[in-house]
Design a protein around this ligand. Structure first.
Ligand code: AMP
Ligand code: GLY
Length: 415
């Protein structure tokens, strides 16, 4: 099977790593990719947002499967362009990807499907914003309606800051504050059958102790030893299946990866957000534990044959990933700094620990930073304590001037 992966982050590197380990995969391509993915796949300089160009490349390569990683191409209709060219594609249609592309649409689907989520108002005027903020009280939760790479949400006790964010966004969703730990649960679906993966937890804030601004995610781990063992079945029944059924009922079936961002509140599980693709960095730890070869799973979702797939097999290992980010991330990050120590990780820590690349590019013999999140250092172990130790040992071998990482990924869960 020839596979083409679209995207350039650590999630795509994790997908390419798993696909490269799948004996059914005979050729692996990625567009546009990064310096790390280049070691697992052949790179092509194609604009991921250009559906005609992606479909053209897939046809030229004779791809049997295209996997679209990030949300922006999905929302732009890239998966539709690939399917229109007659090539199986893992990733929802433009219409179904609105589940991530518009928070207001997602709320409407949840209302239709009876899925538990925070009460909310969609607001466009200052008067509507004030009324909604007043109705819920502090802490205030204000979300940009559109795509914002995980940075469109402000949670604050300061009403002026809440108003300011709403003004800057235009159309916002204002909702009640959800208390309790967060869980990310992914499901692979062909629009009918829903196969949940293993839950993971992401660390969204930039700094240790969940301080600082929201980011795209600074680290993750799986499994969640503190979670109710019935959580996956419960979310499958109350969130994932009803949502997939509702989108099918509306004539816009969702096939691809359905990401449920959940809060485990004192009143039960609530959906914080849906995404229409694998999460980053959770994918790095979830795929590290998946033993079933990946390509067949994604192809079955693309072809509508998930019901025929045997149950997924999972390793009992734990996995931890730690993100190394550029100086000044999540504000405008500094790029172009050389990354040193990647060889040392490969020499000393493999196969239990390895580096997945996000914002990196090759400059001559050097690998340099090229984005906000630069690397996702991933490790497995018999338990979270061992996986953490291995991940942080690998992190300590890497130097990148001005870089930052959290030191407390999976710390509480490991205890
Ligand atoms: P989102 O982009 O919707 O996932 O929001 C980003 C982050 O903001 C979430 O992971 C939460 O940490 C936080 N957040 C979003 N919505 C709420 C809410 N209703 N209550 C509390 N925290 C929230
Ligand atoms: N880890 C959060 C996300 O992928 O949106």
């Amino acid at each position: 099977m020839k596979v083409l992966v679209i995207g350039s982050g650590a999630r795509e590197h994790a997908l390419c790593r798993s696909l490269s380990l799948d004996p059914a995969v005979t050729a692996l391509h990625c567009a546009p990719g990064n310096a790390g993915i280049a070691e697992a796949a052949e790179l092509h300089p194609v604009d991921a947002l250009d559906g005609a160009a992606v479909a053209g490349l897939a046809r030229e390569l004779g791809a049997d499967l295209v996997v679209v990683g990030p949300e922006a191409p999905l929302v732009a209709g890239v998966a539709d362009a690939v399917r229109d060219a007659g090539i199986p594609c893992f990733g929802p249609s433009k219409e179904a990807a609105l589940l991530e592309g518009s928070k207001a649409f997602a709320k409407d689907v949840m209302a239709g499907a009876g899925v538990p989520t925070a009460r909310s108002y969609v607001c466009t005027t200052a008067a509507e914003v004030d009324e909604a903020l007043d109705a819920f009280g502090a802490p205030y939760v204000v979300k940009d309606d559109g795509l914002a790479a995980g940075k469109g949400v402000v949670v604050t006790g300061d009403i002026e800051q809440a108003r300011e964010h709403a003004r800057a966004c235009g159309r916002v969703v204002i909702e009640e504050f959800l208390d309790g730990p967060e869980v990310s649960l992914f499901a692979v679906t062909d629009g009918e059958t829903v196969v949940p993966l293993r839950p993971a937890q992401d660390f969204k804030r930039a700094l240790d102790g969940d301080e600082g601004p929201n980011t795209g995610g600074m680290g993750a781990y799986s499994p969640l030893p503190w979670a109710d063992p019935k959580l996956v079945d419960e979310v499958l029944d109350t969130v994932l299946r009803p949502t997939v059924d509702e989108l099918r009922r509306r004539g816009t079936p969702f096939a691809g990866l359905l990401y449920a961002g959940l809060a485990i509140t004192s009143r039960g599980v609530r959906v914080i957000e849906f995404n229409a693709r694998f999460g980053d960095p959770e994918t790095q730890v979830v795929l590290a534990r998946l033993e079933t070869p990946l390509a067949g799973v994604l192809l079955a979702a693309a072809n509508g044959t998930l019901a025929d797939l045997p149950p997924l097999r999972w390793s009992d290992d734990a996995a931890v990933t730690v993100v190394i980010a550029s100086h000044n991330y999540p504000d405008t990050p500094r790029t172009g700094d050389p990354i040193v120590g990647l060889d040392a990780v490969a020499a000393h820590d493999a196969p239990h620990a390895y580096v997945l690349h996000a914002g990196t590019r090759r400059e001559g013999d050097a690998v340099v930073s090229a984005g906000g999140r630069v690397l996702s250092v991933t490790a497995t172990g018999a338990d979270l304590t061992q996986a953490r130790e291995r991940a942080y040992t690998a992190v300590s071998r890497i130097s990148l001037d001005g870089s930052q990482h959290r030191t407390d990924i999976a710390e509480r869960a490991a205890e």
